[in-house]
Design a protein around this ligand. Structure first.
Ligand code: NAP
Length: 241
């Protein structure tokens, strides 16, 4: 069976991506770090709809945990493949740079950027051998334009766009595509502390986006119909640039 691995699949955008890719026919591997209950609820809803889903907890920022998780999954699934990887796990820890602690800088970079590297390196091997694969990196409007209080997050997300373009050229001969999706304000736990009523006035379409709207783009990129799109960053932000 062809599986899609979604990092940070327990909540928010990642959970919506898991549910949507299950409808596309992929078995779903739901990664999370801490929130087993939420991840299990996502798996249960996918299984209830007749698709396959399983949990694979690891901290994307830990090279050892990533490698151990891949080894155990590959051992228990000798006839299955990870054909789609969605690097979605991410955190924000905002502060004006002048007040930012080193931990805040490193934790955000480690989770978003190092995590993408550790997981992609492992997932790529099978895709290159089978000559088909989809890597989809969730970046952010913050990485395109830079937002105040988010130098750490903007840096990580901008770096992901650079890595997306570089890797796309490396693996294109093997028919593996690498793209990024850059959401603006999307309703999730990550944005729950923001003043939505005031911020939505900045958005030309006048509202925050839904996780399911991001998931639909990811599903298109994961499909055969998107075979000629690679190295691209697709914005979904209600017109807020
Ligand atoms: P969220 O609701 O806060 O969910 C974050 C997810 O990431 C959770 O599933 C969490 O797992 C997981 N996670 C965090 N650190 C992890 C780690 N070290 N290892 C493995 N999993 C980890 O966030 P979201 O809003 O859905 O955001 C998803 C992605 O979209 C992020 O990359 C974010 O930067 C990006 N994004 C979001 C927005 C927005 O407006 N929401 C806008 C632009 C970009 P646990 O449940 O176990 O904690």
């Amino acid at each position: 069976m062809n599986y899609a691995l979604v990092t940070g699949g327990s909540r928010g955008i990642g959970a919506a991506i898991c549910r949507r890719l299950a409808l596309s026919g992929f078995g779903i591997i739901i990664n999370y770090r801490a929130n087993r209950e939420a991840a299990q609820a996502v798996a249960d809803s996918i299984i209830a709809n007749g698709s396959a889903a399983e949990l694979l907890p690891f901290d994307v920022a830990s090279e050892q945990e990533v490698d151990a998780a891949f080894e155990s999954w590959e051992k228990s699934h000798p006839d299955d493949n990870i054909s789609v990887l969605v690097n979605n796990a991410g955190i924000r820890d905002d502060s004006l740079l002048i007040f930012m602690q080193s931990d805040q800088w490193h934790n955000v970079i480690r989770t978003s950027l190092d995590g993408m590297f550790f997981v992609t390196r492992r997932a790529l091997k099978g895709m290159l051998t089978r000559r088909w694969g989809r890597i989809i990196n969730i970046t952010s409007l913050s990485g395109l334009k830079g937002l105040p209080g988010q130098a750490n997050y903007s840096a990580a997300k901008a770096a992901i766009i650079g890595a997306t373009k570089a890797l796309a050229t490396e693996v294109a001969p093997r028919k593996v595509t690498v793209n990024a999706v850059a959401p603006g304000f999307i309703k999730s736990d990550m944005t729950a502390d923001l003043d939505e009523d005031s911020l939505k006035k900045q958005v030309p379409l006048g509202r925050f986006g839904e996780p399911e709207e991001v998931a639909d783009i990811v599903a298109f990129i994961a499909s055969d119909k998107a075979a000629y799109i690679t190295g691209e960053t697709i914005s979904i932000n209600g017109g807020l640039f």
